[in-house]
Design a binder for this molecule. Structure first.
Ligand code: SF4
Ligand code: SF4
Length: 184
């Protein structure tokens, strides 16, 4: 029975007729579905994962604390983090050097999920075509600039972070009380 149906379909070119029907349906509908890029640009969905960017707090400080968890989470090994201690706050670290090699990035978003302070985000930037691959190796400053462009509304810096900064600033200006010899 099944073979018989297949034979009838073959004899009457049913697949070709189906295809022609679809072609003429779209032709007569006269719906323009070609986008005239770059003059017309597509509206991207909110979950779009474009180039990874760095974010800042509302007081302009960078969120990144240089922990390198993003580097560990990246399956393409395209992130390099070199962290250092901030001079003004003991034990507080920052990314002294942060490099993202966009040529290797697969836009999976693992780095964004791994970051404990939400310092990274996927932007909607996709126009990165270039004739020089070196343009696609981004440093922290370039990523911050893109972050400012795509995420102008910034999160408030946590109060405990400011308190810690104020505490160490005060400690620097105040001398520790000296301990007298022989005192219990
Ligand atoms: S999006 Fe994926 S591949 Fe790209 S830097 Fe982040 S973790 Fe690596
Ligand atoms: S971007 Fe986030 S995960 Fe990566 S080093 Fe900075 S704080 Fe750590």
């Amino acid at each position: 029975m099944k073979n018989g149906m297949n034979l009838i379909k073959t004899v009457f070119f049913s697949e070709i007729l189906k295809g022609l029907y679809l072609t003429f349906k779209h032709l007569l509908a006269q719906r323009v579905i070609t986008e005239q890029y770059p003059r017309e640009k597509r509206v991207l969905p909110d979950g779009y994962r474009g180039v990874i960017v760095h974010l800042r707090y509302d007081d302009n400080t960078e969120k990144c604390v240089g922990c390198a968890l993003c580097e560990a989470a990246c399956p393409s090994h395209c992130i390099t983090v070199e962290s250092a201690e901030r001079e003004d706050i003991p034990q507080k670290r920052y990314a002294k050097r942060y490099i993202l090699d966009v040529t290797k990035c697969v836009f999976c978003g693992f780095c964004v999920q791994a970051c404990p302070v939400d310092a990274l985000a996927s932007s909607k930037e996709y126009e990165m075509a270039t004739t020089d691959k070196r343009d696609l190796i981004m440093d922290k400053e370039a990523m911050l600039k893109l972050g400012d462009q795509y995420f102008p509304v910034r999160a408030k810096r946590p109060k405990h972070s400011q308190d810690r900064y104020d505490f160490f600033k005060t400690m620097k200006q105040t001398e520790f009380p000296t301990v007298k010899k022989g005192a219990a």
